[in-house]
Design a protein. Structure first.
Length: 210
C-alpha cells in the first residue's frame, strides 16, 4: 500500500502538471490571437483589397485547423488532470486509478508541454501501486487464511499471527471483489479478523462494486 508521503508527492506532481497545462492552454490562445491581429494589421496596411483578402483567408483557415488540432487535446488533458487532482484531494483512489494513463501522459507531453507530460509519467507508477487506506487485496486475504491455518495447527503462535497480520495490512494487489468478500466472511467466522476489521474491509470492497 502506498504511503501518505507518496500520495503527497503525487499531489504535487499532478498540481504542477495542472498548472503548466493551464499555461499551455493560455499560450495557444494568445498565439492564435496574435496571429489574428497580425493578419488583420497586414490586411489593413495592404488596403484590404480583394487580392489581399483572398491571400489571407487560406492561411487563416489553415491556422484555425492547426489551432483546433492542438487546442482540443490540450483542453481534454487539462480536464482529465483536473479530475485527477480533485480525486486526490477527496482521497478517491479508485477514480484516480481509472484516470491514470500512460497514453494521456504522452498526449500531455505532445500537446501541453514537456513538464505536464513528465509529471504525469512520474505520477503513473505511484498511483498504480497505491491502494485505498485499509483496503485488503485477494492476495492479502489468501495469506491471512494460510496464517490462520498455521496458527490453528500450532506452527505459529497467536502473537506471531497478529504480527504477520499487521504486516499484511500494508500490502495490496488486485482480485475479484466477490471472492474477497467471501474470504473475508470466512476469516471473520474463523476468528482470524475482528468484527471491526471485517466491517472496514467489507465497506472498502463494496465501494468497488458501486
Amino acid at each position: 500500500m502506498g504511503s501518505k508521503n507518496e500520495l503527497s508527492g503525487v499531489k504535487t506532481e499532478i498540481l504542477v502538471a495542472f498548472i503548466f497545462e493551464i499555461l499551455a492552454l493560455i499560450g495557444w490562445i494568445v498565439g492564435m490571437i496574435i496571429l489574428g491581429i497580425l493578419a488583420l494589421l497586414y490586411g489593413i496596411l495592404s488596403g484590404l483589397n480583394r487580392y489581399v483578402f483572398a491571400v489571407l483567408i487560406v492561411p487563416a483557415i489553415i491556422y484555425t485547423i492547426i489551432f483546433l488540432i492542438l487546442f482540443i487535446p490540450t483542453i481534454l488533458v487539462l480536464i482529465r488532470t483536473n479530475r485527477m487532482r480533485k480525486a486526490l484531494n477527496k482521497g478517491d483512489i479508485q477514480t484516480l486509478k481509472s484516470l491514470n494513463s500512460i497514453g494521456w501522459a504522452i498526449v500531455a507531453l505532445i500537446f501541453s508541454g514537456i513538464i505536464p507530460g513528465i509529471m504525469l509519467l512520474i505520477a503513473y507508477g505511484p498511483i498504480e501501486e497505491y491502494s485505498a487506506e485499509g483496503e485488503l487485496s485477494e492476495n492479502t486475504i489468501d495469506k491471512l487464511v494460510k496464517l490462520k491455518t498455521l496458527m490453528d495447527s500450532g506452527v505459529i503462535t497467536k502473537e506471531e499471527f497478529e504480527l504477520q497480520k499487521a504486516k499484511l495490512y500494508g500490502t495490496s494487489s488486485s482480485g475479484s471483489v466477490e471472492e474477497q468478500l467471501a474470504k473475508l466472511k470466512s476469516l471473520l467466522d474463523s476468528g482470524a479478523i475482528t468484527q471491526s476489521e471485517y466491517e472496514e474491509q467489507r465497506e472498502a470492497l463494496i465501494k468497488k462494486l458501486i
